[in-house]
Design a protein around this ligand. Structure first.
Ligand code: C2E
Ligand code: MG
Ligand code: MG
Length: 735
């Protein structure tokens, strides 16, 4: 405390005699000057009679005596009012206590608490006014600062996007209480003291309604756990996101962080921020949904299928199998083009629910892969047959009429199936295989296909075979086998079909059904055909040398007809071996003709013109138009073995074979049946007036040396000449 030196004052600063003229006068004077407040004694008219040291210091003026209120309070906000008040106190004798007045003194701001006390004389009444100025500037400034910081805090709290709250702990809790007691007491004694509207909005009410409530009433489900964590974590909390059903029944995601205020080793309050992350989650969920779903149908998309399949593959144990079915609508472009995209979209939207109703399988994911392509992932499937049955159900449900815009629309689809793990060992291979199978189904019109590496143009085995095949052909390492064709009228051998064989040094026998399509993918097939032509004509030449007149049939691929020199090459080979063109026959498939009918027709005519016979191979598997068949210069029609093999058991096959024979005869063509595996089939074909037969029952394809032995055996049995078409033909199987 500041020591106020007593300065004996003469004249002005002393109190008037009537205040000092008594035994305590000295003490009063000392007190007067040692006061921490500035004190002025004014006469009834407001002029200063006395001022203590503090007043002189305050006003920086040692000559205050005689100045009026108006003069010395020149820096006062309202000096006239102050002056009037002094006069009023002097007149009425009623003091004014505790007025707060604001002033600038020598440019410095001051706040005073001012008392204006009437000084009375017992006889004459009010003598003067004692004005006490308590400088409360510091206090006032602190108060202002506090007010400002309070309003800044309020503004911050009220405008925050997050929920801000404060719980008081009443009474404060010593932080060294046993843990459980501390936790229990925090729960029981905390009450909400402050919060903003964001917080109260979570409870669908106003802050005022929540004040005074406990954690139980205002916390989330996990408040007890949160307080435990808060205590354990040294009175701090930062939660992971929690999902909480709010008072309006909506699930909200909240993230809470809190801080305890410790004073004197006691927990007095807990401040916290609760962030509502629901919107952010919704946004993230929306993004995730869009990334994983097809927007038109709401079905999972390719990306999602990949994730689901990859997870399933990871979890698949103990021989569990997955099947991926790819469904592709046939001619869907036509629907879009003719009926409009809105109809197309409507159909696409109906596919998912249809498949889902039709297969009714647990553990199934149906997704849209894009365009008119859908994927169905089957978990835990026994075998490809089971997947095939499901694929049939899918096919049937798609074939049911779609009724859109008062129109009945008929649709078909092609389906490919691939299996994990027996075919593919990862999702991308599974998808590719199912896709390959689907394309095979589309091309072969079979509707459903299970993946097979043989029909996969791009399988790894195929790619490596592709590399080797060229060299094998160039180095003449393919072999030719010959399979006889026999007349059902005479029993004579009418010729042989040359069939290529590839005995791979490490992979062994590779079927022509596997390597021919590879060769057909590039110009390799031209080299190969020239080699087969050359090799088989050389063999005919050798047979002729042995006295055997045997005609050879060589298979021709579509690409061969695009070789501009094909006719020239055939001519020069015939010339090289001095053979008549009638020694050679070319087998062409229907697809060769259909790919480019006019051009094919031109080349085939040229070939026919030089005297080489043509036959249509694998008849029934393509889609030849009769109109073209009629125009083609072919002599023979070969019924595909697929119809012949089962014709005795399958009535439909028999009808096809029979009507094909009749149709061919009507067109002036002769018929040869492939795939004759039994005597019964041979008999039936003879009855049907089929001219020729080829098949394992007569002989398997064989190498030239083997054929030489076979033909000797066959002649010994005198089966070359058949007496009449009705005779029983019995040909022994020799191999
Ligand atoms: P393809 O021209 O229809 O030949 C007949 C196929 O039927 C041959 O299969 C033959 O072994 C098989 N076969 C013959 N008799 C029977 C039977 O009684 N039962 C059964 N189940 N099958 C029988 P291969 O030799 O495997 O040839 C398959 C296909 O590969 C041929 O069908 C042909 O399209 C093609 N091919 C073979 N060699 C050549 C060739 O040098 N060039 C071309 N472009 N294609 C060839
Ligand atoms: Mg053939
Ligand atoms: Mg054939």
């Amino acid at each position: 405390m500041r020591d106020f030196p007593f300065r004996p004052r003469t004249g002005s600063s002393s109190l008037p005699d009537y205040l000092l003229n008594n035994s305590e006068g000295f003490i009063v004077q000392k007190l007067f000057n040692s006061l921490r407040s500035a004190v002025l004694y004014l006469d009834k008219w407001g002029a200063i009679i006395s001022a203590n040291i503090m007043a002189e210091e305050l006003f920086h003026d040692e000559a205050l005596i005689g100045k009026t209120v108006l003069e010395f309070l020149s820096g006062w906000d309202d000096k006239i009012h102050a002056h009037q008040e002094v006069l009023m106190v002097a007149r009425t004798g009623v003091s004014v206590i505790g007025a707060i007045e604001h002033a600038f003194i020598h440019g410095k701001e001051h706040w005073f608490q001012v008392d204006k006390v009437a000084v009375r004389d017992e006889t004459t009444g009010v003598k003067g006014v004692l004005v006490t100025l308590d400088d409360i500037t510091l206090l006032k400034q602190q108060e202002l600062r506090l007010q400002q910081s309070e309003s800044r805090y309020r503004a911050f709290v009220d405008n925050s996007q997050d929920a801000i709250w404060c719980y008081s702990i009443n009474p404060p809790l010593p932080i060294n209480l046993p843990r459980q007691e501390l936790i229990d007491k925090v729960i029981s004694s905390a009450t909400l003291r402050d919060c903003n509207h964001v917080f109260s909005k979570i409870y669908n009410t106003t802050p005022e309604q929540l004040f005074g409530m406990s954690f139980k009433e205002t916390g989330t489900y996990s408040y007890a756990d949160n307080i435990e964590a808060f205590v354990d974590n040294n009175f701090r909390l930062s939660t992971e996101e929690i999902v909480w059903r709010n008072h309006s029944g909506n699930d909200v995601c909240l993230q809470i962080s809190a801080n305890g205020t410790i004073e004197n080793e006691q927990l007095v309050e807990i401040w916290g921020v609760t962030r509502d992350t629901t919107e952010r989650h919704r946004y993230i969920d929306r993004l995730e949904y869009q990334a994983n779903h097809d927007l038109l149908t709401g079905l999972p998309n390719r990306n999602k299928l990949k994730n689901i399949a990859t997870t399933m593959i990871e979890q698949t144990q103990n021989g569990k199998k997955l099947a991926l079915i790819i469904v592709d609508l046939d001619s869907f472009k036509d629907i879009n083009d003719t009926l409009g995209h809105h109809v197309g979209d409507e159909i696409i939207k109906q596919i998912g629910p249809r498949i889902s109703n039709a297969i009714n399988e647990m553990n199934t994911t149906i997704c849209r892969l894009g365009g008119d392509e859908f994927g169905v992932l089957l978990n835990d499937i026994k075998d490809p047959q089971q997947a095939q049955l499901i694929a049939e159900q899918i096919l049937l449900c798609i074939r049911e009429l779609f009724y859109i815009n008062e129109m009945d629309i008929e649709l078909r689809a092609s389906i490919g199936i691939a299996m994990y793990p027996c075919q593919a060992s990862d999702f991308s291979t599974l998808l590719r295989y199912a896709d390959v199978a689907m394309y095979t189904a589309k091309q072969s019109l079979s509707s459903i296909e299970v993946y097979s590496s043989e029909t996969d143009k791009y399988s790894t085995k195929r790619l490596s075979l592709m590399n080797e095949l060229g060299r094998t052909i160039r180095e003449g390492q393919l072999e030719l086998y010959y399979q006889p064709k026999v007349s059902l009228i005479t029993g004579e051998i009418t010729g042989v079909e040359a069939l290529s064989r590839w005995i791979h040094p490490t992979m062994g026998f590779i079927s022509p059904s596997e390597f021919v399509p590879i060769a057909e993918m590039t110009d390799m097939i031209n080299e190969m055909t020239v080699w087969v032509l050359s090799e088989s004509l050389a063999q005919v030449w050798r047979w002729q040398k042995q006295g055997l007149d045997i005609k050879v049939a060589v298979n021709i691929s579509a690409r061969n007809l695009l070789d501009r020199d094909i006719v020239k090459k055939i001519k020069s080979l015939l010339l090289r071996y001095q053979l008549s063109p009638s020694c050679l026959e070319l087998e062409i498939t229907e697809s060769i003709i259909m790919n480019n009918p006019d051009y094919a027709l031109k080349i085939l005519k040229e070939i026919n013109d030089i005297g080489v016979d043509l036959s249509i191979d694998d008849f029934g598997t393509g889609y030849s138009s009769l109109a073209y068949l009629k125009k083609l210069p072919v002599k023979w029609l070969k019924i595909d073995y697929a119809f012949v093999i089962n014709m005795l058991e399958d009535e439909h096959d028999q009808i096809i074979v029979n009507s094909t024979i009749n149709m061919a005869h009507n067109l002036g063509l002769s018929v040869i049946a492939e795939g004759v595996e039994t005597q019964e089939i041979l008999d039936k074909l003879t009855q049907m007036k089929c001219e020729c037969a080829q098949g394992y029952h007569i002989a398997r394809p064989m190498a030239a040396e083997q054929f030489d032995q076979w033909i000797v055996e066959y002649s010994k049995n005198k089966k070359f000449t058949m007496p009449s078409i009705n005779s029983d033909i019995t040909i022994k199987r020799l191999n």
